[in-house]
Ligand binder design. Structure first.
Ligand SMILES: [Zn+2]
Length: 288
């Protein structure tokens, strides 16, 4: 069962999130039929976005992570709302590249060099946008770097997706630990040193550790208070009505062109792979 926990340490110096996202990432795999390395990359992004979504303040806020790279996978887009309802897609679903020397899927090889853009839409006219170059393409390090540079929040991020032999998702999860401005220096060092010694997140999930176990283990020297438990979900918010509105906004000329050439308009939603079809009469009505 997928879930996310939100926690702080007793002294308030640290806030932490941990996520078990196996079913969400499996759903993404079933929708997009991604190859293992792209399932791993998409799974890491979805896990990060779900936890970052839980940091949003209001119900209507949306966070979007957009990765663009010069590798064969080209890029990934994921979004989450504050209830950890996530969705995402890869620019290229079928990337098949050799494993890394350590036997792991080569996510950074699939992504390549590029940028990570974080967009927080909070219902204001201008969304908050932060962009950093990719420092590794392994996603977790890139998000750590994003927080350090763009938001000045020292963070430790771990993300993992374990793919089974049949390409389905065996485990997916992660954590984000953030040091609050008033935390003392010793705390930062202690956490950083501890994180260097812990197993991969997917290994801990395989070993049947709960998210509570994992945060207690990572933050072992500090008392962890679990504040909240959230159930993430793969959910696409697209609808015929929204697509209709978007189609209206492409402009008269383009609509006339579709009407003339195809006698219909088909709009594809990348997030859930659904096609919305608008027939000839519908286009005529739009133009009248
Ligand atoms: Zn959709």
């Amino acid at each position: 069962m997928d879930y996310i926990i939100r926690a702080t340490t007793a002294d308030g110096g640290v806030r932490a999130f941990a996520a078990n996202m196996g079913q969400c990432v499996q759903t993404a795999f079933e929708i997009h039929n991604t190859s293992p390395v792209m399932t791993a990359a998409l799974g890491r992004c979805l896990t990060a976005s779900a936890m970052m979504g839980c940091m949003l303040k209001s119900d209507d806020d949306i966070i979007t992570l957009s990765i663009k790279g010069d590798g064969p996978g080209k890029g990934i887009v994921v979004t989450s709302d504050s209830k950890a309802r996530v969705r995402g897609y890869c620019f290229e679903n079928n990337v098949d590249i050799p494993l890394k020397k350590n036997g792991k899927l080569d996510v950074s090889g699939a992504i390549g060099n590029g940028t990570l853009t974080v967009l927080r839409d909070m219902g204001l006219k201008e969304p908050y946008v932060g962009q950093v170059p990719l420092v590794s393409g392994e996603i977790a390090e890139d998000i750590t770097y994003y927080y350090a540079v763009s938001e000045q929040i020292p963070s430790a991020v771990s993300l993992g997706t374990l793919i089974d032999r049949d390409y389905s998702v065996k485990q997916a999860g992660g954590f984000i630990i953030q040091i609050m401005p008033d935390a003392d220096e010793n705390m930062i060092d202690a956490i950083e040193n501890k994180i260097k010694t812990i197993p991969a997140i997917t290994k801990m999930l395989e070993d049947k550790m709960t998210l509570e176990d994992i945060l207690n283990y990572v933050l072992g020297d500090f008392k962890v208070n679990i504040l909240d438990k959230i159930t993430p979900k793969y959910y696409c918010s697209c609808s015929r009505e929204k697509v209709y509105k978007a189609l209206l906004s492409v402009g008269r000329e383009e609509l006339e062109d579709m009407l003339k050439k195809d006698k219909k308009a088909v709009v594809h939603c990348h997030f859930c792979n659904k096609d919305y079809e608008f027939d000839e009469q519908c286009l005529i009505d739009m133009l009248s």
